[in-house]
Design a binder for this molecule. Structure first.
Ligand SMILES: Cc1cc2nc3c(=O)[nH]c(=O)nc-3n(C[C@H](O)[C@H](O)[C@H](O)COP(=O)(O)O)c2cc1C
Length: 229
């Protein structure tokens, strides 16, 4: 009985992942509810990150004129203005001691620990203070370019938490990378916040006219992808 239930859930997950596709044409009359948006932002917030430092911000672009300006800098892709919602995932250009401090302070409050306590999830260090120093040392041993690049890789974890949650909720989405990040940074004032636009997600509901919706998925066979060792 229990196994059947789990199997059913697993089938539903695969069904949803097959159902989703990179939506090209959204139904401009259908909007996401605030409840749905809250759930999606919560899924993004729960994304894992290196050391847990969460080096990102999520920009929910609501202003139609701003979205129009972003479309101009996204090869005029229609989803930018036609989707119900547009989220830009931006990452920190650098990592500093203050980023580690902010996280440690949050951990102290959330877990009600102090700097001298042993963090339960980090067995290699004796004390939170050592964990903090280890993070600071790691950050200071890397160049700003390396840190930014690491942060950008992590933006894709957020993207995937978002897209797979959308699929489970039967919400359509298109991940988008075909845009000019420097222009995005300018338009969204991200330079001032020391952030860089990394990847975009447009969200909404597919138009019945989107010819891409019914195309068969093109994916390599698992025998080609999985290497057994
Ligand atoms: C990182 C990333 C960037 C993408 N950028 C764009 C984009 O700018 N515009 C677009 O229409 N699709 C974009 N796509 C969608 C892909 O083309 C699509 O996911 C791929 O062809 C597989 O098709 P499917 O997602 O419909 O199954 C992007 C996908 C990913 C993962």
């Amino acid at each position: 009985m229990f196994y059947k239930l789990i199997k059913n859930i697993m089938n539903k997950i695969i069904e949803a992942l097959n159902w989703r596709y990179a939506t090209k044409q959204f139904d401009t009359n259908k909007k996401l509810s605030q409840d749905d948006l809250d759930t999606l932002f919560e899924a993004m917030r729960l994304s894992p990150s290196s050391f847990g430092l969460q080096p990102w911000k999520f920009i929910h672009v609501k202003n139609p004129a701003t979205r129009e300006a972003l479309k101009e800098n996204s090869r005029w892709q229609a989803q930018i203005t036609e989707a119900s919602d547009l989220i830009v995932i931006a990452v920190k250009n650098n990592m500093q001691e203050s980023d580690v401090d902010e996280y440690i302070q949050d951990m102290i409050q959330t877990r009600k620990v102090d700097l001298e306590n042993i963090p339960e999830d980090f067995k290699n260090t004796d004390k939170l203070v050592e964990f903090k120093n280890m993070m600071i040392n790691t950050i200071s041993s890397r160049t700003q370019e390396q840190l930014k690049w690491r942060n950008q890789k992590q933006a894709y974890v957020v993207l995937w938490f978002l897209l797979s949650t959308c699929a489970q909720m039967w919400i359509d989405a298109c991940p988008m990378e075909w845009f000019d990040p420097e222009k995005y940074n300018e338009i969204l004032w991200l330079n001032e916040l020391w952030l860089t636009a990394t990847v975009v997600a447009t969200l909404g509901y597919r138009s019945i006219d989107d010819k891409y919706a019914d195309l068969a998925k093109v994916r390599f066979a698992k025998e080609k992808l999985i290497i057994q060792k």
